[in-house]
Write a protein that binds this ligand. Structure first.
Ligand code: HEM
Length: 325
C-alpha cells in the first residue's frame, strides 16, 4: 500500500516535470526577446512562410546558382544601413535617392527573387510578412542551398520607411585595413571573430575589377605574384570584369580561407584578414576546420540579422518591397 502510493507520487512528480519541461520548450520558442523577434512569429498568421520562401529560392538558384551570393550580400547591405529593415530594396523616387543607387549597391543582385516571394506571400497572407524578413530568410536559404550550414532564424522584423543614398557611406570599403574593418563591425555590435566569419560569405560569388584594381598599381607584398597576374588579366577586360573570390564560387565551403593562406585574397579586405595579427589566427582556424567556420558563420548571421530591427509603429509591412506604403 505504502509502496504503491510512493510509486504514484513518483509518477505524478515525473509527469509534472515532463509537462513543465514541455511548456518551457514551447514558451521558449514563442518568447519575445528584447528585440521582439522569435522563431515562430508567423506560426498563426502565415504558417507556410518558410516553405514558400525556400521553394522560390531553390527554384531561382537551380536556374542560376550565382544568385545565392547576391541574396546573402543583399542581407548584409540591408542590415548594415539603418538596420535589417528592407531599406536596401526601396527604389529611388524623384524626391529621394535611395540606398540602392549608391556605388556600393549597384552590383547587388536577386531583387526579382525577393519580389517573387513577396507576391506569393501577399496572395497567401496579405500584409503580414515583412520584406526585411523575406531578405533574411532568402539569405539563410541561399546559404544552405550552396552547401553551407542549415539554421533557424528569428522573425518579426518590420520594414523601414527611410532609404537614403548618403547613409550607405557606412558600408565598409574594400580598401579598409583590419583595424578599420574591426571598428566598422564593432559599431554594429559584431566582434572581430564574427567579422572574419561573416567575411567568409566571400566563399560565394565574384568581385569586379573596380573593387580590387587598387592592389595592382604597385607591387603588393601581400598578394601572390602568380595570382596578381590572374587579377591583372581579369582587369584587362575592364572595370566590370568579374573575378571569383575563390576556386569554388558557387559552393559554400572554407576554400576562401585557404586561398588567404596562399595570398590569393581578391580584395584588400580579404587578404588583410590573414596579414593582420589581430585576425590571422581566426583565418587559420577556419581554413583548417570547416565545421568551426560553419558554426561561427551561422551564429554571426543570426546576430547580424538582429541589427537595429524595427518594431511596431517604427516600421510597417510593405505591400511592395520596392515602395514605402
Ligand atoms: C568585411 C567587409 C566587406 C567588404 C569590404 C565587402 C566588399 C565586397 C565587394 C567590394 C564585393 C564585390 C562587389 C563588386 O565588385 O561588384 C563583395 C561581394 C560580395 N560580398 Fe562582400 N564585403 C564585406 C563583407 C561581406 C559580408 C559580411 C557578406 C555577407 C555576410 C558579404 C557577402 C558578399 C558576397 C556573397 C559577394 C559576392 C556577390 C556577387 O557575386 O554578386 N560580404 N563584397
Amino acid at each position: 500500500m505504502y509502496k504503491t502510493s510512493l510509486r504514484t507520487l513518483k509518477m505524478s512528480i515525473s509527469n509534472f516535470l515532463t509537462m513543465f519541461l514541455l511548456i518551457e520548450v514551447v514558451a521558449c520558442d514563442f518568447r519575445y526577446g528584447p528585440d521582439g523577434l522569435n522563431m515562430n512569429y508567423y506560426f498563426m498568421s502565415c504558417p507556410f512562410v518558410e516553405p514558400v520562401v525556400q521553394n522560390i529560392v531553390n527554384n531561382a538558384l537551380q536556374n542560376d546558382p550565382t544568385l545565392a551570393a547576391g541574396l546573402i550580400r543583399m542581407h548584409f547591405h540591408d542590415c548594415f544601413i539603418e538596420g535589417c529593415d528592407g531599406s536596401v530594396l526601396i527604389e529611388s523616387t524623384k524626391d529621394n535617392k535611395a540606398e540602392k543607387d549608391s556605388p556600393g549597391n549597384l552590383s547587388l543582385r536577386g531583387f526579382e527573387v525577393i519580389d517573387g516571394i513577396k507576391e506569393e506571400l501577399e496572395r497567401r497572407c496579405p500584409g503580414v510578412v515583412s520584406c526585411a524578413d523575406i531578405v533574411a530568410l532568402a539569405a539563410r536559404d541561399a546559404v544552405s542551398f550552396a552547401g553551407g550550414p542549415v539554421y533557424d532564424i528569428p522573425k518579426g522584423r518590420k520594414d523601414g520607411r527611410r532609404s537614403k543614398i548618403e547613409d550607405t557611406i557606412n558600408l565598409p570599403f574594400p580598401t579598409f585595413n583590419a583595424s578599420q574593418l574591426i571598428t566598422s563591425f564593432a559599431r554594429r555590435g559584431l566582434s572581430p571573430q564574427e567579422m572574419v566569419a561573416l567575411s567568409g560569405a566571400h566563399t560565394l560569388g565574384v568581385a569586379t575589377c573596380g573593387s580590387f584594381k587598387n592592389r595592382l598599381s604597385q607591387v603588393d607584398p601581400t598578394l601572390d605574384s602568380e595570382f596578381s597576374k590572374t587579377l591583372s588579366k581579369t582587369c584587362s577586360s575592364g572595370d566590370k570584369a568579374e573575378q571569383p573570390f575563390d576556386a569554388t564560387r558557387n559552393d559554400f565551403d572554407n576554400v576562401y580561407y585557404n586561398g588567404l593562406l596562399r595570398k590569393n585574397g581578391v580584395l584588400t579586405t580579404d587578404q588583410t584578414l590573414f596579414t593582420s595579427p589581430q585576425t590571422r589566427n581566426i583565418v587559420y582556424a577556419y581554413a583548417m576546420n570547416q565545421a568551426m567556420f560553419f558554426f561561427d558563420f551561422q551564429r554571426a548571421m543570426v546576430k547580424m540579422g538582429l541589427i537595429d530591427v524595427k518594431q511596431g509603429s517604427n516600421g510597417e509591412v510593405r505591400q511592395n518591397c520596392r515602395i514605402i506604403n
